[in-house]
Design a protein around this ligand. Structure first.
Ligand code: CDP
Length: 229
């Protein structure tokens, strides 16, 4: 059967990665978490004390960054490696979440990440989630989904996820972070978060995971059918 490119864009904590992973497993496609790349770059900038207001420092830092997704036998997922080191748990922490949207708004950072993402999708059979995947990375993708969910529900979901790892986290902190990131992501100059004209909107506020997967699986079938001829 023909393999396609599926893009999933949308606001923070809508469940994009959950859906993307399920779809990739069901279709036997490759899943790429583009947000993990921006998070890893941000982690490097924090660790190396890069002043990202200084474009020269940004360019030098990018020259020294090697990103790679490595399959984890135990979890069955791909882990983000930064310069040969598994940074998977670290990039999900609040210190990174607080800065990632600032870093991801830098044009040079985006060019660096997008070039690698486009290479990964060259063979098709890929599900990639992010903010600009359907608009900039793969504008010719066969199926584009734009995800959204009620903001209160999104805060609760992310709070639960982070609280399990760090019981000191507050609901307020999580809410502020999601609002700030959505604001920066939607208003930046370089490829802002927006729905591609040909993307299908998926509001999953009131859908169970099974209902969501059934619905999107139908969209996938339709997209494959309509691009097979
Ligand atoms: O999982 P969550 O929705 O919270 O975010 P993520 O996908 O891990 O992305 C983290 C941040 O990276 C976003 O808030 C954006 O600032 C940035 N990002 C981006 O600019 N473009 C992408 N394609 C993916 C992420």
């Amino acid at each position: 059967m023909k393999k396609i490119i599926i893009t999933i864009d949308g606001y923070s904590s809508c469940g994009k990665s959950t859906l993307a992973k399920q779809l990739a497993a069901k279709l036997n496609y490759l899943y790429i978490d583009s947000g993990a790349m921006y998070r890893a770059i941000t982690l490097y900038f924090i660790q190396q004390r890069v002043d990202w207001a200084d474009i020269f420092q940004v360019k030098t830092a990018l020259d020294n960054i090697h990103l790679e997704f490595v399959h984890n036998q135990l979890t069955g997922q791909s882990d983000m490696f930064l310069n040969e080191e598994n940074v998977e748990p670290m990039i999900r922490e609040m210190v990174v979440a607080e800065k990632v949207s600032e870093v991801a708004a830098i044009k040079e950072v985006r060019n660096f990440a997008v070039a690698q993402q486009q290479k990964m999708g060259a063979g098709r059979g890929i599900v990639m989630d992010g903010r600009d995947i359907g608009t900039v990375v793969f504008p010719y993708a066969e199926l584009k989904i734009f995800m959204t969910a009620d903001p209160g529900i999104r805060v609760q979901r992310r709070f639960k996820e982070l609280y399990a790892k760090n019981p000191n986290i507050t609901l307020h902190e999580v809410k502020e972070n999601l609002e700030l990131r959505d604001y920066i992501d939607s208003n930046r100059e370089a490829s802002p978060l927006r729905k591609a004209d040909d993307a299908i909107i998926l509001d999953n506020s009131n859908l169970t995971m099974d209902e969501q997967l059934d619905l999107v699986s139908q969209w996938v079938e339709d997209a494959i059918m309509s691009h097979s001829s």
